[in-house]
Design a protein around this ligand. Structure first.
Ligand SMILES: Nc1ncnc2c1ncn2[C@@H]1O[C@H](COP(=O)(O)OP(=O)(O)OP(=O)(O)O)[C@@H](O)[C@H]1O
Length: 716
């Protein structure tokens, strides 16, 4: 603040020839005590004060007396730009009550009196007090002031919040009564007239650092002030800092222990952390890397790409200093913000790891195999114990069958007639633990017109002659169990479509019924036909094929596993002993030798029939070659060349070849039927095929069976 704002601009301006009377009139009119006598150019000639006028009056000077002789010419002037404090000093040292304020060239601008100065000082003080109060009020620190009697006179809002009390209620209260936790410090500062060491104080809602200072006025201590700084936030930050430091230490140790190279970059793409493994790979020092841009120092890590896209990349193959490396990159996200990126470089013993993985994979496969094997033989092995084999391919199929039994997927079993397809189906059902029944349907043996009712049953009154109350079909009977669809390749197309629907929707309608029924049936299908060929010939639906072809067990024919013959012979002899009530020990080595030479087109069923026949004929404990049927017993027969094993899938036959084979097959069947007088069971046995296969072939070749009964009656 300068003097231009601390002066009276409407001063009494006079000329030297002004009279006493005129000046008195001006003083009264302007209520002033001093007048400035100016030259024409406005500069100061002198001043006249009211005391001079009093003196003129006391000397009885008439009112028209000019004032010139009474002027003060040695006047204290102050330039207008001087600060008020400076002007005060000038007035005090000159011991005058007025100062004339002049501009740069000495022209009078106004007059400043002592009262002007006091006013201005009071104004300034008021402003300072207001500023101070506002400052104290708005401080984040709590401020408490006491007077020399220890009574509180200052208590700002921050202090009120810290002590959780209202400022108005604490004024003039004794500090010791109201705030004992800080009173000692304040009184100490007051009485010792010196600041007190800051101390940590626990308040009800916060921890504060309190500093105490005495307040002096005119070199006398008149009170004390306490400033309280809330440490809660600082303490939290300190704790977080400590945790961060600890975590950083842990992270560094973890990085150093890592076997692979690791590099971390910050938001700017500069290296923040690298571990020894990475430095070793690059042959570089930590100092050379830290703080440098990754894109320039190690561009092959491509970390800036991860920083830019925020995308993870696993398994990037790079060659670094001649070493093949696998690099994985990931963004580092903190509170939903990407703050950097990390790269992991796998470079040590990669080839060994590859070997290790493939060995692990093999071991896993082996484990699965042996687990299945173990479970099968130790836990619930009985069902598959009936499937006799020592052939490794068969063992693998048994395993697969065992594992598939645990699930509910459809199983397709293929293999020549008599290879044990039904045996497998039964074992699967037993192992599955399904509570329902094992229901078998021979799709080839049921007349076509009855197939639908056999499968789905019929409702009460569905057709003339229908059983009262209706009849459940095989699907219903197998609810909760297993439905074994034998010879599925022979299922008519119309029924295939219906079966497909049931498999897809798990529901069906009885014939003549309006209510759909839902069933839980596990399907095991079997066939000795090549379903792919039937699909090509449009005799089997492709969609149904894919529906049932979920798990496929392809059973090899007996001629491909002749090592099974000794075991099978002893198993079947024991089985037949029970049925026939015999005590046969087994087959002699020479019998086995002959059996080994046979081609076994009828597979295990044919072997079973041969052994049954031999046991019926054989008188002794052991089955000798003589007890074997002629085609096995006589030398010519067993010396017959054994045809080579059939490939899994025969090449497509030409029509003529097929016809020749069909004609030969028909002749054989006719011969067998005629020999057995039309007895299908005997003929099937003689031909080493199942009854259903024989029935199917009789149908296929349209063989008239009546003639055989007749021929039998002619031969006693
Ligand atoms: N590996 C085996 N171990 C013990 N017995 C077996 C084996 N394979 C088949 N058999 C027996 O052979 C006979 C024929 O088996 P199964 O009826 O299961 O054959 P399939 O393949 O279903 O025949 P088809 O196709 O003619 O219906 C059964 O008495 C069965 O117990």
């Amino acid at each position: 603040m300068n003097m231009s704002s601390c002066m009276t601009k409407e001063f009494v301006a006079l000329q030297a020839d002004c009279t006493l009377g005129y000046v008195l009139t001006q003083f009264l009119a302007h209520r002033q005590d001093v007048g400035c006598v100016l030259y024409e150019d406005g500069t100061l000639e002198g001043i006249i004060t009211k005391y001079q006028l009093y003196r003129m009056i006391l000397k009885n000077c008439p009112l028209d007396t000019p004032i010139t002789p009474y002027l003060y010419r040695d006047v204290t002037t102050v330039p207008f730009h001087y600060p008020v404090t400076e002007a005060r000093k000038i007035l005090l040292s000159a011991k005058v009550a007025h100062a004339v304020i002049v501009d740069d060239v000495g022209k009078v601008l106004g007059v400043s009196t002592k009262s002007d100065l006091i006013q201005s000082f009071l104004q300034r003080e008021r402003r300072l007090i207001n500023q101070m109060t506002a400052l104290i009020e708005n401080l984040e620190d709590g401020v408490i002031g006491i007077d020399h009697m220890h009574h509180i006179h200052t208590f700002n809002s921050a202090a009120a919040a810290m002590f959780q009390i209202n400022s108005d209620t604490v004024m003039e209260e004794h500090i010791q009564t109201l705030l004992p936790m800080i009173s000692d410090g304040m009184i100490h500062a007051l009485e010792n007239e010196a600041p007190r060491e800051p101390q940590k104080v626990q308040l009800p809602s916060a921890v504060v650092m309190a500093s105490y200072t005495p307040i002096s006025f005119r070199e006398k201590v008149i009170g004390a002030i306490a400033v309280l700084r809330d440490l809660t936030a600082y303490e939290k930050v300190a704790r977080e800092l400590e945790t961060t430091k600890r975590l950083e230490g842990m992270l560094e140790s973890a990085l150093e222990m890592a076997y692979d190279g690791i590099a971390i970059i910050d938001e700017q793409g500069c290296f923040q952390m690298v571990n020894d493994a990475l430095l070793e790979l690059y042959g570089i020092s930590r100092e050379e890397l830290l703080g440098t841009p990754a894109s320039q120092r190690l561009p092959e890590l491509n970390l800036e790409d991860t920083l830019r896209t925020g995308k993870e990349l696993v398994g990037d193959i790079q060659v670094i200093r001649g070493i093949k490396c696998v690099i994985t990159r990931m963004p580092i996200i903190v509170q939903n913000k990407q703050v950097g990126a990390i790269a992991k470089v796998i470079f040590r013993q990669l080839p060994h790891m590859k070997d290790l993985f493939s060995r692990m994979e093999n071991l896993e496969h082996e484990l699965t195999y042996y687990r299945g094997e173990y479970m099968r033989s130790h836990v619930q092995g009985t069902a598959f114990d009936h499937v006799i084999t020592r052939n490794s391919a068969m063992e693998a199929i048994k395993n697969q069958a065992y594992l598939s039994a645990q699930g509910s997927s459809t199983v397709l079993i293929t293999g020549e007639s008599g290879t044990g397809k039904e045996l497998f189906a039964q074992a699967i059902h037993e192992i599955s633990g399904r509570p329902g029944r094992f229901v078998k349907v021979n799709c080839a043996a049921i007349p076509e017109e009855l197939l639908e009712s056999e499968f789905f049953g019929y409702a009460d009154g569905a057709f003339t002659g229908a059983r009262k109350g209706g009849k459940p079909g095989k699907f219903e009977l197998a609810d909760g169990g297993t439905l074994f669809l034998d010879e599925i390749g022979d299922m008519p197309l119309a029924l295939q479509a219906k079966l497909l629907r049931v498999l897809q929707e798990k529901s069906f309608d009885r014939i003549g019924d309006t209510v759909s029924r839902t069933v839980d049936v596990r399907i095991v299908a079997a066939t000795n036909k090549h379903l792919e060929d039937l699909i090509a010939e449009r005799k089997f639906r492709e969609d149904l094929y894919y529906r049932i072809h979920v798990i496929h067990l392809a059973i090899p024919p007996l001629r491909e596993r002749k090592e099974d013959l000794p075991l099978l012979c002893s198993h079947l002899v024991q089985k037949l002993n029970k049925i026939l009530g015999k005590q046969v020990q087994g087959v002699t080595p020479s019998t086995l030798e002959r059996l080994q030479q046979h081609h076994w087109p009828g597979n295990v069923r044919e072997l079973e029939n041969v052994l049954e026949r031999a046991m019926n004929l054989n008188a002794g404990d052991w089955i000798v070659p003589e007890a074997l049927p002629a085609f096995l017993a006589n030398a010519e027969s067993h010396s017959l060349p054994v045809p080579p094993p059939l490939p899994a899938k025969l090449p497509a036959l030409t029509h003529s070849k097929r016809d020749v084979i069909a004609a030969a097959e028909r002749d054989l069947i006719v011969a067998a039927l005629s020999e057995c007088g039309g007895n299908r069971s005997l003929a099937a046995e003689r031909l080493a095929i199942s009854r259903s296969t024989l029935y199917q072939k009789i149908k296929k070749y349209q063989i008239e069976e009546r003639s055989f009964f007749e021929s039998k009656s002619q031969h006693p």
